[in-house]
Design a protein around this ligand. Sequence first.
Ligand code: F0G
Length: 440
Amino acid sequence: MTEPNHARFPGTISLRCIQCQKTYPAHQVRYLCDCGGLLDVWHDLEALHPQINRGLFDGRLSGPPGPRVAPTANSGVWRYRELILPVTIDNIVSRPEGNTPLYEHPRLSRWVGLEQFYLKHEGENPTGSFKDRGMTVGVTQARLMGARAVACASTGNTSASLAAYAALAGIPALIFIPAGKIAAGKLAQALAYGAHTLQIQGDFDDAMALVRQVCDEMGIYLLNSLNPFRLEGQKSIVLEILQGFRWQPPDWIVLPAGNLGNTAAFGKALYEAHQLGLVDKIPRIAAVQASGASPFYQSYQNGFSEKVTVKAETIATAIRIGRPVSYERAVRTMGWTNGVVTAVSDQEIMDAKAMVDGVGIGCEPASAASVAGVRRLVREGVIQPGETVVGILTGNLLKDPTATVDYHTGTWPGASYANAPVQVAPTVDAVRGIIEDRVG
Ligand code: F0G
């Protein structure tokens, strides 16, 4: 790394251990405390308090995009820059990201059993997943630190996002992915954006261990969500929801959980927003895992007395993770938000995905875990039918065409809502028969 420009880091942020509270300067490259604990980017909330209010962020809601507009103007991340990474605008690497839609559809609400059910579609970010919100911050930080290269292990979306933002910034990107276990759309993105793509003989957890070692030994900047700057960007999902609800928070925010970066970021965002007086109440977080990849759910079941790890397997390859890196930060989120954790089967995930797809919204399998999780929690009486719930759709439908086509063409056993293509002779009579049969 070249010598970073210290003057670019104002005194309001530092790195702080979530276990022993030891602090380090924000310009130091480190991902863990000396005690082994995970780090936060810690904002001096007292110093920020006089500057931060709802009007500051509401006043920045952007107009139409135009040429040479500062990235901060149209980004749903950098709108909240004081709470994320207070750097000067010309250093920011942005597509821009965020400003994602909040959908509501009566058929979906009925299906999950709620009166007010919204979906925040993070798959409508520039590279098709929520990772862009963290990556704009991570790559901006990498540039400030003078990184010679950036790297991550990934189940696919982080690597697609890293590849894009590193290409924008002109920094070489190395990505470590489990061979044969990432969705086609995600692999295509990494290759297309020019990342050096290493297919590891092993799963995500093996790739994660390897990239940590490589970054340590070779001075490459690690941009997994172990890196606390990534999580600062992901906080903006929650800030945008709060702002979208005119700072009157919903009762629940429900999200899929894999490596637990997002679960960690959501709790921190809510804690800070509450401390700063942006909101009067904290919504409850529900984290949803795939039952074949549910170490966090199993730890939750034992009251977090033991950190469980598993060998992960699920159709939702994005969350096929057995040793989640942000575990302790996510446990903290559960405490801050009176949160719950649940797990859903691959069958529930794929049926929920078919429902989300079938109303014209669409998402990748891992995202549908949110919706399946909401349905399950309503059935179990944890979420009440009259409560307001926001589910997070984390990735775009186009990310994983194989899972979708398999579901609809009979390769996936037991699909409840399959929409199989019809083989038909090339005659009007043959087509007429099908139309009469299907459309009436
Ligand atoms: N949904 C999607 C579509 C994801 O890609 C991921 C994580 C998650 C949910 C879970 O989020 O890890 O913050 O708990 N994908 C990472 C990756 C691991 O490499 O793209 P998390």
